[in-house]
Design a protein around this ligand. Sequence first.
Ligand code: FE2
Length: 383
Amino acid sequence: MSNATIELPKLYDSAADFMPLLGTDYLELYVSNAKQAAHFYKAAFGFQSHAYRGLETGSRELESYVIIQDKIRIILTSPLKSGTDVGKHIEKHGDGVKVIALWVDDATYAYEEAIKRGATHYMKPTLEEDESGRVVRSGIYTYGETVHIFVERKDYNGLFLPGFRKWETPNYNPKSTGLKYVDHMVGNVGWNEMNTWVKWYEDVMGFENFLSFDDKQIHTEYSALMSKVMSNGNGRIKFPINEPAKGKKRSQIEEYLDFYEGSGVQHIAVATDDIISTVSQLKARGVEFLPPPPQAYYDDIPRRLGEHKSMMKEDMKELQKLSIMVDADEEGYLLQIFTKPVEDRPTLFFEIIQRMGARGFGAGNFKALFESIEREQANRGTL
Ligand code: FE2
């Protein structure tokens, strides 16, 4: 597709932002074996051991491991008995993202404002305290069974949250792979639901729709989807929302919805300053990526880079060797690559992204990317 269709964001009036968000606080994944998942994210992705709660800390129902890498903080939670909400979530959806936690100044205000504007309640403002101070958290539902938790931690100087203790693993601490922060998180929603959730993010959270792609722009020979990117006022939080569109065969979004059994988080995009180094390390540690785009894709990159060609520092041969994709918009270029799903069901995956000025999402790569995914779907018998 042509990059000329990208509308750049308007300038935001921060005084008018009724839901000021300071950033992503943490992501919580409900998984069937948190202990083993934590080991995988450490070994394969270079996360560090950080905090723990479980039987030893008095948590009788749930066990959680908190892992970090620079500003990325992930909690992996599993049930310790049958019949828990966490267990039911895993039974239905498989391993996946339950919580996208947002860092705020005032979690009570954020909750009340969101509820007033139509959000569905998940967790009333709740004060948690320990010797390191106090944290207030509250929560609302977003698409599917996914929730946003507002975290107010200005009066807290502990490790993570009350109830967690330091998780130390003196014998095994693999090096970071250079992942820095969460760039964006994408949600897949059901047929004809994208605009409902776009409006929800506008009305309830004060987000703006700053990029849109329709099925004429995002399609392959076989399948199509539509996507709108929502951003909060200061631009730190970006949530693209996808819905399936009609095609000759089943799109990757439908495959996701079938296997996740509903709407949910499709991918977590994490940023690096050096994608060649990061992806080389991830591959060496066993992270699996989508199959590479064809040679013709790489032949076309100079054209797609246009005026940004001269500023590109990376060696094209090296990018191609690692199957890294390149796209450009008015403001610069970006480098990105996508993992295969990181659990048994073909649902959640990761994107590794390096932004060199570009603020888009790799629209110029969509076709090649979706063709790679379709090859994987064909192998799974789900195309
Ligand atoms: Fe993405």
